[in-house]
Design a protein around this ligand. Sequence first.
Ligand SMILES: Nc1ncnc2c1ncn2[C@@H]1O[C@H](COP(=O)(O)OP(=O)(O)OP(=O)(O)O)[C@@H](O)[C@H]1O
Length: 307
Amino acid sequence: MPTSEPSGTPALELRALGKTYGRGARGKRAVDDVSLSVRHGEVYGFLGPNGAGKSTTIRMALGLIRPSDGEVRLFGQPVSDKHALRRVGSLVDGGTFYPFLSGRDNLRVLARTQGHDGARIEAVLERVDLARDARRKVKGYSTGMKQRLGVAAALLDDPDLVILDEPANGLDAAGIQDMRNLLRGLAADGKAVFLSSHLLHEVEQICDRVAIVHKGKLLREATVRDLLDHGQALRVEAEPLDAAETALQGKWPVQRVQDGLSVQAPRADAPAIVRQLVEAGTDVFRVGPDDQSLEEIFLTMTRDTDA
Ligand SMILES: Nc1ncnc2c1ncn2[C@@H]1O[C@H](COP(=O)(O)OP(=O)(O)OP(=O)(O)O)[C@@H](O)[C@H]1O
């Protein structure tokens, strides 16, 4: 990894980034005050439903469209810096390939149009596990193979930062596993990987950290582990359940679930919850993490902002 910038400089930094399409009352605020940074050696997921502003953000990060506010820094430099931009590989719009050319020939064409000699073609084909299929025409490739060819294209110039718009779109479980191994391998080599997705289970499996975006705004940035481990909910099993519910209501948001109560509270509140339940005369069988999936956490967050 070339380290021409001071150590610790993020590979990608978005500073209060904003984009408004159009003007005046008809203007559409697609991205609003998004700040985040992506470090070398991590896979960072940019997660949100359709229309959240992911593609717009990625296009600004690549210097393809101009922000209305804020700025993008690549390796500490403005996105207009050609040297910085040369260290970025990207996959947007799924990559476009000639269906009647082989995977290898597609990469040759790309290398030529991008102005490099293609010396890395065999290495990147190996890297994305397409070496054996490199002579086959792309039209016969599976979705997963096409996506991996897209990543191969992004890797042709040995970038330090890889930006991928929805790289796991349309992949089955095995395809997601392959993509995961591939992207984790890049991160292990010290590259920074920034990807967007609207599908949580993909991001959950692939990324170290995620930013959750909704309606152009960043709702939360956290490690996947933090989101899952320290979700804001605790599962309470106590009897009688009605009394337990009454005891907690008004202090924490409480919801009936199949086998007890789901209490919107951080883990640190568990002792207070137990005290409350005991004082109310209920028998406490369990107060523990409410194992929400990232999906549920995400739905709760976006529901809250919709309200
Ligand atoms: N060129 C444009 N002109 C006007 N509005 C746009 C333009 N591009 C995107 N938008 C709007 O900006 C918002 C964000 O779009 P964007 O494509 O960035 O979201 P996204 O999260 O990538 O969603 P998707 O996965 O559906 O592409 C949407 O409401 C979209 O309609």
